[in-house]
Write a protein that binds this ligand. Structure first.
Ligand SMILES: C[S@@+](CC[C@H](N)C(=O)[O-])C[C@H]1O[C@@H](n2cnc3c(N)ncnc32)[C@H](O)[C@@H]1O
Length: 284
């Protein structure tokens, strides 16, 4: 049974929608619960099919940054419904895959959906737990992933420390995060003020705004070397239009969430907030 703090409000909505199989939202987030990435955003179609492909593409951006190959041991922290591990399971062989999530309902669903592909020699294990307190041995993983979830973790610093401990020397951490552009941070904070309670209502607890310089300090402090800081904001922008389009319900709640999507689209389009894929390496 989850503690209240382990269940995010938008996952409660997704679980409600899953009961109603026809819902576009349930289908959009049945596998991955993250934004889409379109390599050519200007040509993006706002269909369910296009979004599902784009959501796979977002995971692929992380795989590239992690240089994933066959024969690796990989941990996906904040693994949601296991969509990322499912893709890895289909694409590579002889992987030892581990998924961790704080929400027991998500882990239950991931276990029922994601099993090793026959003949792949992959193994898959899902576990309930907090990403800031990893119950895995030291120096055991080639790659650790955190796709669109680090902003929910209790502390980025504690998470980096834990990942440093469980990575093998030379192993990689690849995360995605929404990172504020330092020179316009104050403007961003002022613009966000009227939306803070809506954000909390729909997304739950989100940490304070973070900038690239805070990531550089964090990497230095925790012994991880920065390999790549990839800004993929432009490729994620159609997500907001898609989500607004598939919010077909009416009433106050629907209007609020649509307003929030429009605001997130605006601050991302203005590049005040950037969708970044960040990769780090544990020094040998
Ligand atoms: C936006 S979802 C991303 C899910 C998944 N990574 C994906 O891409 O489909 C954020 C996830 O972070 C998980 N999460 C939040 N806090 C966590 C924590 N402290 N430890 C582990 N998982 C956590 C949530 O339960 C949720 O599954």
């Amino acid at each position: 049974m989850n503690k209240k703090s382990d269940s995010l409000p938008y996952f409660d909505t997704i679980f409600e929608n899953i009961k109603n199989q026809d819902s576009v939202l349930a289908q959009a987030f049945s596998n991955h619960v993250h934004w889409g990435y379109w390599p050519e955003p200007a040509a993006a179609k706002l269909s369910l099919e296009s979004f599902l492909k784009a959501a796979d593409q977002l995971s692929q951006q992380h795989f590239q940054a992690a240089s994933i190959t066959d024969n690796m041991k990989i941990l996906d922290t904040g693994c949601g419904f296991g969509g990322t591990l499912s893709l890895l399971n289909h694409q590579y062989r002889n992987l030892e895959l581990h998924g961790l999530n704080i929400d027991s309902r998500q882990i239950e669903r991931a276990k029922s959906k994601v099993v090793p592909i026959e003949g792949s020699k992959n193994s898959i294990e899902f576990k309930i737990g907090n990403a800031c307190s990893l119950d895995y041995p030291d120096s055991s993983f080639d790659v650790v992933l955190a796709i669109e979830c680090i902003f929910h973790f209790p502390s980025r610093q504690q998470y980096f420390k834990e990942v440093h401990r469980v990575l093998k020397p030379g192993g990689r951490l690849v995360i995605s995060d929404v990172v504020a552009y330092g020179p316009t941070l104050v403007l961003l904070i002022l613009m966000c003020l009227p939306y803070l309670s809506l954000m909390k209502k729909f997304y739950g607890d989100l940490g304070p705004a973070v900038t690239m310089s805070s990531y550089k300090k964090l990497a230095n402090k925790t012994g991880l070397k920065i390999l790549e800081l990839r800004d993929i904001t432009a490729g994620t922008l159609p997500t907001y239009k898609f989500l607004e389009k598939c919010t077909t319900s009416t009433g106050r709640q629907a209007e609020e969430i649509k307003r929030l999507y429009r605001f997130q689209h605006l601050i991302s389009r203005l590049k005040l907030n950037r969708y970044m894929v960040l990769s780090f390496q544990k020094m040998a």
